[in-house]
Design a protein around this ligand. Sequence first.
Ligand SMILES: Nc1ncnc2c1ncn2[C@@H]1O[C@H](COP(=O)(O)OP(=O)(O)OP(=O)(O)O)[C@@H](O)[C@H]1O
Ligand SMILES: [Mg+2]
Length: 354
Amino acid sequence: MSNAFINFDKVSKSFGIVTVVDDLDLSIAKGEFVSMLGPSGSGKTTLLMMLAGFEKPSSGAISVAGKRVDGLPPYKRNMGVVFQNYALFPHMTVAENVAFPLKMRGVSRAEIAERVGKALDMVQLGVFQDRRPIQLSGGQQQRVALARALVFEPEVVLMDEPLGALDKKLREQMQLDIRDLHRRLGLTIVFVTHDQTEALTMSDRIAIFNHGKIEQIGTPAQIYDSPRTQFVAEFIGETNLITGVVHKATDGLLSVRLDGGATIDVRASAPVEPGKQVKLSIRPERIEVNSATPAANRLKASVSDIVYHGDHLQLRVRSEGKDFIVKADRKAAPPELGDQVVASFSPEQCWIVA
Ligand SMILES: Nc1ncnc2c1ncn2[C@@H]1O[C@H](COP(=O)(O)OP(=O)(O)OP(=O)(O)O)[C@@H](O)[C@H]1O
Ligand SMILES: [Mg+2]
């Protein structure tokens, strides 16, 4: 990427004989918000630790703004970090905690007072400046950690599951706060989360990790709407996976005979030879049941389960010897258990995954 600000070039990290980050290339633009999402142990924290300077790559190069940083200690990298286990200092007040990075950098007393005040205002905690961390709620503590990470005006902020310990409401508030700070200050943020909704709503791009490699990186829409592999399709959101054999390929459209015998059309992102076996992914909300205006692909199905979810219904329909999950809105009259229905979806909403 030509406008790369942070760049990982063939970076690997091994602990003993175990490789946890594997020959990884990653470019992040200035001002970008990139989330790392992936199963436990896939190497997300290790990647962040190498960028922050707490771990050294076994091989490869990391650069920021065109300069190698992998030899520099953390305090020379000018990165703010908010790690779940990088707790506040319990014996210091809120203001002292936030002042700490400035003291480390030899900033004058007067300037420290001014910048700490500003940082605490930013996270709306000015009134709590004399309290100790234990006298704050979990969310307030995380906001202090955020103020401490931002107070020295870093260009890059690294966050490792910063909201993991918060309840749903607070987490959503902090998500808005972080997004707002990101925009206002033009920060470059690398964010690790376990929460796919959080990654989808906050990020410019999402990197899906699997065994120390990035399996796919792209905008939330690219990752969600056109997952390239089965792993990505199943990791983000729910999906239906079906298999079949390509029997005809005409410009951009593939005709696929499903294992159950029916034929559907699929949008092809890359050419596929007739005769090849393929796996397809269709999101539950892309399938309509008994639509008045059904899309091109239509399968006869029977309704085998209906689960009420408040804002939508989740149906299980059986077709082609397979169960499909369908997320149905509640505007139309719902089918009943055992009903014979037509399940329809458009070729554009059906993706070949590797
Ligand atoms: N200092 C270390 N020594 C040995 N192995 C380590 C060390 N740090 C991490 N690992 C191993 O490296 C692998 C990747 O760990 P990492 O913490 O990067 O995963 P993660 O993707 O952040 O997982 P989680 O989602 O659970 O936080 C794990 O198998 C872990 O046990
Ligand atoms: Mg981790």
